[in-house]
Design a binder for this molecule. Structure first.
Ligand code: AHR
Length: 338
């Protein structure tokens, strides 16, 4: 896949559709040539940002960070919430093209199906920056750069913890580690890549196997409902691998309702490290969290300015991230920013 090739190009580690204008409501500057020719005629940069939705604590922190970073950078932000629907995101991007914003940034809800609207942006001379999630397109000229996490790596880190803690994770002591997986939104880059990374690493231990895997759509409710169904359909679940904290938190509710103790009777691994997840980790209800940073705003604004100034930017900018054990979560929780 193209996005996988992109990761290899240059892993530069830098540290109902509603359209809302943040900052002044002045008309955006004129369209730019492809490649970026600077801000609008008033010298001010206007960015159209098409957000996925508000499905998780991560997403809320990401939206706030982008809005605050735009204000700090003096960039006028037009912000839309697609409510996790690709058609809403496409409408938002078309609306930004019509409004002649200087630059468009978006976090694609799913990987495929973007070429048409991105070609429209290119024809209008408006540069596009992918934020958080990649698109799966053959034509890499449709966007200037992709800023975000390495989701495959996140899945690998989650799998590695399980491999390293396999003895503890065999909760019922039957010699097999029975994992259930709560997947993110079907077709979304983090769901596809985290699954791939996790499966690759756990394949090194034949005792570890995924017995059931379903989407919880990255939401707490989704995680709870899918986990309830998993618990009803089989006994002996040792481990939950949730593609984000929110689904893991939903799973905790389902596990407790079934009279089991999360973190002990069922081990839980999640990704994100937002405050609610870190709190559950420090309380022993989650066993391990792989960080996925939502604080992409400052780098995004910096990249947008560079693109509009005609400067070269790396094709791929990978976010720096860590992992947390229960002890580490308790330590950092008081100062956690999100
Ligand atoms: O794309 C990032 C993922 O999307 C986060 O892990 C998840 O919480 C969010 O909804």
């Amino acid at each position: 896949m193209v996005k996988k090739n992109l990761a290899a190009i240059s892993a530069v580690a830098l540290t109902a559709l509603t359209l809302t204008a943040c900052g002044s409501s002045s008309e955006a500057g004129g369209g730019n040539e492809t490649g970026g020719k600077g801000a609008g005629s008033d010298g001010k940069i206007t960015m159209g940002f098409a957000q996925v939705g508000a499905e998780s604590g991560w997403r809320t922190a990401n939206s706030t960070n982008i809005q605050e970073s735009a204000a700090d950078a003096g960039i006028e932000l037009k912000f839309s919430d697609a409510q996790q629907k690709q058609e809403n995101q496409i409408k938002a991007i078309r609306s930004y093209i019509q409004q002649k914003v200087d630059v468009i940034a978006f976090s694609p809800v799913v990987e495929t199906g973007w070429d048409g609207v991105l070609q429209e942006a290119k024809r209008a001379g408006i540069p596009v920056i992918l934020t958080d999630r990649a698109v799966d397109s053959e034509d890499t000229s449709l966007y200037k750069t992709f800023l975000g996490s390495d989701f495959v790596e996140e899945g690998k880190k989650a799998g590695q913890w399980l491999v390293d803690n396999a003895a503890d994770a065999d909760v019922d002591g039957d010699g097999d580690i029975n994992v259930v997986e709560l997947q993110g939104t079907t077709g979304a880059a983090p769901a596809i890549d985290r699954k791939e990374g996790f499966e690759e690493v756990i394949s090194s231990n034949p005792e570890i196997a995924i017995s059931q895997s379903q989407t919880g759509d990255f939401t707490r409710d989704g995680g709870k409902q899918v986990m309830e169904a998993f618990l009803q359909s089989e006994d002996g679940i040792d481990v939950v691998f949730a593609h984000n904290d929110d689904m893991g938190l939903g799973a905790i509710e389902a596990i407790e309702a079934a009279g089991l103790e999360p973190g002990k009777d069922v081990k839980i691994i999640t990704i994100d490290a937002v405050k609610d997840g870190m709190t559950a980790l420090s309380e022993g209800k989650i066993n391990f969290i792989v960080e996925c940073s939502p604080l992409l705003g400052p780098q995004l604004m910096d990249l947008a300015k560079k693109v509009l100034d005609g400067e070269e930017v790396p094709a791929r900018v990978v976010t720096e991230e860590t992992t947390f054990t229960q002890e580490q979560a308790a330590e950092v929780l008081p100062t956690r920013a999100y």
